[in-house]
Design a protein around this ligand. Structure first.
Ligand SMILES: C[S@@+](CC[C@H](N)C(=O)[O-])C[C@H]1O[C@@H](n2cnc3c(N)ncnc32)[C@H](O)[C@@H]1O
Length: 258
């Protein structure tokens, strides 16, 4: 994440919007130390790298309070409880970097949000907009037809109280382009995508978490739910036998405020 955010100077002020428990905040603070202290080891986290500088301040914003206790206690971290569908709680040009990971799909108007990000960034400041594209979720299974049906159901489902979009990753560039029409022009610095391989399926693993969401999305259909429960058990067995693979395509665009 430090590499995507190009933390190329000391004293940078960064915001992670839609921070959740703070895995991105953690990765940012580890910049310059050779790698994140903890984390799932995804490409976005691994790209911390020596040569970058940990930010002086990381604002960690979410509309619920879920930040890990050690991050709350870190003097470099400022927890902000705010709504990303409203005006952001920073002055014009106050921030050097804004990072947003898997948050855009939940917003009522992601283009309006991006215009707000444009406002709070200083000229030349960077926005890292990253998203998993859930439609690309890949699970090894002996029943490919059922897997496709379940992933399609998961992609179409709206798990939370707000909106969601399982195709958001591939739309990030279009989102940025639309910003120009609302007075927030961006220069696209990079657009990258990757898919990390995950072979574990124990409780708490990324594959297990996504499969649990897949199961939840099948709740409305009792027959499908029963088959999905069997599908989950099979994934666990395949993983135990070393035959399991899970991936999902992640997309990241880096945008510069002119
Ligand atoms: C899928 S999680 C991603 C969390 C974190 N960025 C990560 O990748 O681990 C989406 C996050 O966006 C937050 N979120 C969703 N809608 C929001 C809103 N309107 N305002 C602020 N935060 C919001 C959720 O509370 C959640 O923490």
């Amino acid at each position: 994440m430090a590499e995507l955010a190009q933390l190329d100077a000391e004293g940078l002020v960064v915001a992670d919007v839609g921070c959740g428990s703070g895995r991105t905040v953690r990765a940012l603070l580890a910049a310059g130390s050779g790698g994140p202290a903890t984390g799932t080891g995804s490409s976005a986290e691994r790209s911390t790298g020596v040569g970058w500088h940990a930010p002086a301040v990381v604002h960690a914003l979410d509309h619920v309070s879920a930040l890990d206790d050690d991050l709350l206690a870190d003097p470099r971290v400022r927890s902000r409880i705010a709504d990303l569908d409203a005006r952001l709680p920073w002055d014009d040009g106050e921030l050097d970097r804004v990072v947003s990971l898997n948050a855009a799909e939940h917003l009522a108007d992601p283009v309006a949000h991006l215009a707000e990000v444009h406002r709070v960034l200083r000229p030349g400041g960077l926005c890292v907009l990253a998203h998993s594209d859930w439609d690309t979720a890949l699970f090894t299974s002996t029943d490919d037809v059922l897997t496709r049906q379940l992933v399609d159901g998961f992609t179409a489902a709206n798990p939370g109280p707000g909106p969601s979009d399982g195709f958001m990753g591939r739309k990030l560039l279009a989102l940025a382009a639309t910003g120009a029409e609302r007075g927030a022009p961006w220069e696209v610095v990079t657009a990258t995508s990757w898919a990390d391989p995950h072979r574990r399926f124990d409780d708490g693993s990324l594959a297990w978490k996504v499969a649990t969401g897949v199961l939840a999305a099948a709740q409305h259909d009792a027959a499908l739910l029963a088959r999905a429960a069997g599908w989950m058990e099979e994934l666990r067995s395949l993983a135990a036998a070393g035959q399991f693979l899970f991936t999902v395509t992640d997309v990241a665009v880096v945008l510069r405020r002119a």
